[in-house]
Design a binder for this molecule. Structure first.
Ligand SMILES: NC(=O)c1ccc[n+]([C@@H]2O[C@H](COP(=O)([O-])OP(=O)(O)OC[C@H]3O[C@@H](n4cnc5c(N)ncnc54)[C@H](OP(=O)(O)O)[C@@H]3O)[C@@H](O)[C@H]2O)c1
Length: 286
């Protein structure tokens, strides 16, 4: 079976399933030209989805993404950004959105997300999102770091069921979304956008990368462990993943996920080594 390139959003819009994150880019860890080259390597290889946020590098990641996409056909790109919860209300959301658009050098976003839940009532945020959509500044809107109770509440407010996507942390070592949230989202036509699909850094990742099970499966497929982590997240064809890299070689290596189909035995071995939770647990967040 070949890799499914897109998910279809509730309004029929195709959204790419493999994108590029931008958190921790534009923070001076690498020269800017190297990070731009990484994003462009992805764009040139056909990755058209870029995920960013007003929060990342205090707008710097949006600026970097804007420089990376300059000269590319905007209509072929799928740009996602996020508004801080404290900016997700009347007046402020529009100001944040316009600032994000200016930094990205575009006049619309394909998707605008509430970064996480704050104290502004959901109905106010939904109204602002809908107005931005009606005014053509965004094509769709969604949420991030919402668990199943948050989604229920969102869908209960007027217009809340227009939410197109929920972006949550999901990787082999953190499978909390599988307990009840994914089923709920599936039933309501809301795809998952998986962030930290490579478990970012630290102890958790070390455990995954030193796993003999992950190593063995990577060897069989002739790839690195990272691509097996990515293939695990993307094994469901209603999930989108946005691995981040400031290194062009890594961006291109991650593209190999499109050729990996994990077998039932491999998935069972991964399940065994890193089981999904058997009880409801709070969502992991970064
Ligand atoms: N909504 C939210 O609250 C939220 C929270 C966190 C993240 N996000 C979004 O999700 C994106 C992805 O999450 P993330 O950046 O936290 O973590 P991630 O994608 O799981 O991991 C990124 C790390 O993996 C490394 N990496 C990538 N490909 C690699 C490869 N092939 N080989 C070796 N190392 C590789 C990168 O280093 P190199 O640069 O050296 O390749 C980077 O350190 C973010 O960038 C952001 O856009 C959203």
């Amino acid at each position: 079976m070949s890799f499914k390139q897109t998910v279809t959003l509730h309004d029929g819009t195709p959204m790419p399933r493999l994108g590029m994150g931008t958190w921790h880019l534009a923070e001076g860890r690498r020269p800017e030209r190297q990070e731009i080259a990484a994003l462009r390597a992805g764009l040139d290889a056909g990755i058209t989805l870029i995920d960013t946020a007003e929060m990342y590098a205090d707008g710097g990641a949006e600026r970097l993404a804007g420089r990376a996409i300059a000269g590319y056909d905007r209509s072929k790109l799928f740009l996602v950004s996020k508004v801080y919860p404290h900016n997700a209300g009347r007046g402020r959301l529009r100001r944040s959105l316009e600032a994000s658009l200016a930094r990205l050098g575009t006049d619309y976003l394909d998707m605008y997300l509430l970064h996480w839940r704050g104290s502004i009532p959901l109905c106010e945020t939904v109204t602002c999102m809908q107005e931005a959509k009606e005014d053509g500044l965004i094509r769709n809107w969604g949420v991030s770091n919402f668990d199943v109770d948050d989604m229920r509440e969102l869908f209960a407010v007027p217009g809340g069921d227009a939410c197109a996507i929920n972006q949550d942390l999901y990787h082999l070592g953190s499978r909390g979304v599988e307990f009840s949230l994914l089923d709920w989202m599936d039933a309501h036509g809301v795809p998952l956008m998986a962030y930290c699909p490579l478990a970012q850094a630290g102890v958790l990742r070390d455990g995954l990368l030193s796993s003999p099970v992950v190593r063995r499966i990577a060897d069989v497929h002739g790839v690195e462990e990272m691509q097996i982590l990515l293939a695990f997240v993307l094994r469901r064809d209603d999930v989108i993943a946005i691995p981040c890299s400031g290194d062009a070689r890594h961006v291109l290596a991650n593209l190999r996920v499109r050729d990996i189909e994990l077998t039932a035995d491999e998935l069972a071995a991964l399940d065994d080594a890193f089981p999904a939770p058997s009880d409801k647990e709070p969502l992991d967040m970064q």
